[in-house]
Design a protein around this ligand. Structure first.
Ligand code: ZN
Length: 291
């Protein structure tokens, strides 16, 4: 059981009425936020993860590295696709994440979108994923909400961009139109598998936060400043593409800082599982180079 192996907080909740439950949770967060605003900001420490892509070893390493540092898990989509253990990852997210938005691979796996939009390699992995997924997990993915999702008055989440959940935002120029649509001081996104993101102070230019954690580092803190909007990518847990093959995540402390983190994981084991599943060679090799 992946859950037992990963061994983390388990918040028992049924799949039924999942969307309703989310809305209730969001309303509760919003309420608590309002109450605490009179006394200063509410202190929540949230583990922000994205693009797990069915990689259990990457997820385990992140949970181990972040252990004791958070009370909630929030996921920006792409639970499945590419990697060898879609059910294990979907099971874990279903049981442990506080809020989740769907990613493009989740939509294809759930039958919302066709795999025809993918290149041949991604398509091959998508068909394999669809064959593996349990009906329960397919339904879970099908029911995942579309971003953007406003979680509290401080922050929101989405997969690609607020204009289009499937849009890649990789450059400051691309991010410029995004900032006009942000409704919270901090928004977390994924999709590009590149840790970092962008910020804008007042009406100033959009600036990038490229590769915040250097090769020889494991953490980098960015202080949240008033009057600045942040569009933050925690990076990918299961298939990093920013030339750093370590699993990526963010801890968001709502009292005012964003902490980027990287952690090595057992890539060889993930690669061996992918070989056994006869997943495309390109997808196996790219894990090692992190591209
Ligand atoms: Zn992805």
């Amino acid at each position: 059981m992946a859950q037992a192996r990963i061994g983390l907080i388990s918040r028992g909740c049924s799949c039924e009425g999942r969307n309703r439950q989310w809305l209730k949770r969001l309303a509760a967060d919003e309420e608590r936020d309002k109450i605490d605003n009179g006394l200063g900001r509410v202190c929540l420490r949230i583990l922000i993860i994205s693009d797990i892509h069915a990689n259990v070893e990457g997820l385990q390493a992140v949970l181990e590295a972040a252990k004791g540092e958070y009370t909630q898990v929030v996921c920006c989509g792409d639970l499945v696709g590419y990697g060898p253990e879609p059910n294990e990852v979907a099971d874990w997210v279903r049981k442990n994440a506080h809020v989740v938005v769907r990613g493009n691979h989740d939509k294809v796996a759930a039958g919302i979108d066709s795999a025809n939009q993918f290149n041949d390699i991604a398509k091959q992995a998508a068909y394999w994923t669809i064959e593996q997924l349990s009906e329960e997990n397919k339904k879970y993915l099908f029911d995942l909400p579309k971003g953007p999702l406003e979680v509290t008055s401080r922050y929101g989440i989405l997969h690609g961009s607020p204009l289009d959940e499937d849009e890649y935002i990789s450059t400051s120029w691309e991010a410029t139109e995004v900032f006009a649509k942000l409704t919270r001081p901090v928004t977390f996104f994924g999709h590009t598998h590149m840790q970092g993101g962008f910020f804008r102070s007042g009406d100033g230019p959009v600036q990038a936060i490229p590769n915040p954690v250097g090769d020889m580092e494991t953490r980098k803190i960015v202080d949240e400043k008033e009057g600045v909007l942040y569009y933050i990518n925690p990076g990918s847990v299961g298939q990093p593409r920013d030339s750093d093959n370590r699993a990526a995540f963010v801890i968001y402390d709502t009292t005012g800082f964003i902490e980027y983190a990287r952690v090595p994981y057992d890539i060889e084991t993930t690669m061996a599982k992918m070989r056994k599943a006869a997943l495309p060679d390109f997808l196996i090799k790219r894990l090692k180079v992190g591209r």
